[in-house]
Structure formats: structure tokens, C-alpha cells
Design a protein around this ligand. Sequence first.
Ligand code: IMP
Length: 183
Amino acid sequence: MQQSYDVLFASSNKYKYQEASTILAEFGIKLGFFNCKLLEIQSDSIKKIALHKVTDAFNQCKKPVIVEDDGLFIDSLGGFPGPFSSYVFKTIGNNGILQLVNKKRTANFQSVIAYCDKKQLALFDIKVKGKISEKIHGKGWGYDPIFIPQGQKKTYALLKNKNKISHRYLALRKFSNWFVRRQ
Ligand code: IMP
């Protein structure tokens, strides 16, 4: 059977996959979904976490694969939740974050795309500056209802063009420039 994708996206998060697939289609890259659980090491570096995850993903699927690791870094909280963003979202959620953030609301969303095939490992990272909203605005997934990217007035959840400006978009654009040139 002919392979119907150019690269796999390893994750158990279907929202991330759907966004990544829409974004990469714009660059002519077909993304397959490798729905799996990946080993996530404890580290304060999302680059290190992404490298471990992509190596684990490649060992499982043996195909060209990418993983994404993200973190929301809030300046007044010393970068918290950062690499623990997923756990913190599951435990205290957006309401908990809003209770912790006071006057200084600046934050950034970071994304790392890690690529692995049998010959190569590569990393593509990006940081999007912004701030934490005063209240929950909109119904998007994860931190979308509380993150306002710099230069915008609305949260990711309310922005129609999130997929054209987000940390995911910018990191995937970096990856696709490299991937397309290399093919
Ligand atoms: P991880 O990369 O799966 O560890 O993700 C970190 C966490 O950040 C996710 O579980 C989400 O809660 C959150 N996150 C990552 N990207 C986004 C996004 O685009 N919107 C909202 N939340 C996000």
C-alpha cells in the first residue's frame, strides 16, 4: 500500500495534531497521526523533553516522525508552568493560573518541533511573547482562553487566525522550510 503521508506526528493530543496537520498542509506536507503514549522525561528544558520524545516515537514507528513539546512560561511566576504546562493544566487549569497571576501578566508560549528519521535528528524552536488575560475568554482547548499574543487584543481562543500566528504555526513553518528543501 502506498504511504499516504510525508511524515508522522506522534502524540496523544488530537487538537495538536489537527492544528499541525492544517498548518503543514499549507506548506504541501501531508501529516499522518501516530496516536501513542511517549516517554516524557523530567527536565526544565522543553528541547530535551522533545528530543527524548522523538527518539522514543521513532523507536516505536520506525518512520520519519515529528513530536511537539510546548510550554506556557509566565514571567511573574519565574517561568511556571513551563515544562509542566500539561500537568498544571490538568490539575489547577486556567482558573488556577488566573488566581496565581497578579499585576505583571507578561508570558510567552514556546514550542519545539523535533524531527527524527533513521539518519537524522533535528530541532526547531520558537517563542511567542504575549500576556495572560484577566479572565477566561473563549472556549478553545488548553491555555487558549487565557493567552493573548503580543500585538493582539484577543486570546488565542477568540482569534480567528490563531493557526497563522501561533507558536505551533511558527515552529512548524521553520520545520517545513527545512523539510521541503531537504526532500
Ligand atoms: P505538551 O507539549 O503536550 O507537554 O503540552 C503542554 C501543554 O500546553 C498542553 O497540554 C496544553 O495544555 C498546553 N498547550 C500547548 N499548546 C497549546 C495551544 O496551542 N493552545 C492551548 N494550550 C496549549
